[in-house]
Design a protein around this ligand. Structure first.
Ligand SMILES: [Fe+2]
Ligand SMILES: [Fe+2]
Length: 222
């Protein structure tokens, strides 16, 4: 079922947005934030009911959604949200996916994380293909200001919080549009690693925030 949900999403995006990369990324990034919102909603409910308190996970998932928000802002700065029909499709899909993922997470958090692992893999592949096809052109284009602000001057506490694969702090260079898309693609790879880490059998006990201290969880999930 998880694979089916992802395939359905990818199929629709591939058909509708075959030759329109920015609107395609706009839809992808709008939907990409939704599972993190759904995870946080259910985790809040667990806390409210007194079932399980895991504030670290709320922080990690919020940092992930914050990163995806900046991908969305970058794509919007490039004009990906210009047409109302694209905005309507993205938002409608996002609302439907939100409730599906809330239900899945409530029944099986591991399945919900598996879902997002597959979505993030699709996002990585999508950006990687786009980079490969448009390398020369992207290198000739300037980076949007929002990308420079985010990767250099933004809330780097939040940027570091969702990183999983870098033993040292990661600070990407942003000199042109190619660098921007490289950074976005690499962020997607980090999200994949975090989603894999969340599915580990002992994740409940071992998965902690980067800023939580010595137990920097990602180093145990290479
Ligand atoms: Fe993204
Ligand atoms: Fe993503």
């Amino acid at each position: 079922m998880i694979r089916l949900l992802v395939n359905l999403l990818v199929f629709v995006i591939n058909i509708v947005y075959r030759n329109r990369p920015y609107p395609r990324f706009y839809v992808l990034e709008t939907v990409a934030r939704i599972p993190y919102f759904a995870y946080m909603s259910v985790l809040h409910l667990y806390e409210t009911l007194g079932w399980w308190r895991k504030a670290d996970w709320l922080k990690i998932h919020f940092a992930q959604s914050w990163n995806e928000l900046h991908h969305l802002l970058i794509i919007e700065a490039l004009g990906g949200d210009r047409f109302w029909l694209d905005r309507l499709l993205a938002r409608t899909t996002a609302v439907i996916y939100y409730w599906i993922i809330v239900a899945v997470y409530f029944i099986s958090p591991r399945a919900a994380y598996r879902f997002m692992e597959l979505v993030e893999k699709e996002a990585y592949k999508s950006y990687d293909k786009f980079l490969g096809k448009n390398q020369a052109w992207l290198r000739s284009q300037p980076a949007p200001q929002i990308a420079i602000d985010y990767y250099y001057d933004g809330d780097l506490y939040m940027f570091d919080e969702f990183q999983t694969g870098h033993p040292e702090l990661h600070r990407p260079a942003i000199n042109n549009l190619y660098d921007v898309f490289i950074s976005i693609r690499d962020d997607e790879a980090e999200h994949i690693k975090t989603m894999v880490a969340c599915q580990q059998p002992h994740a409940k006990h071992t998965l902690t925030s980067l800023h939580a201290g010595a137990k920097y969880f990602p180093r145990t999930f290479k």
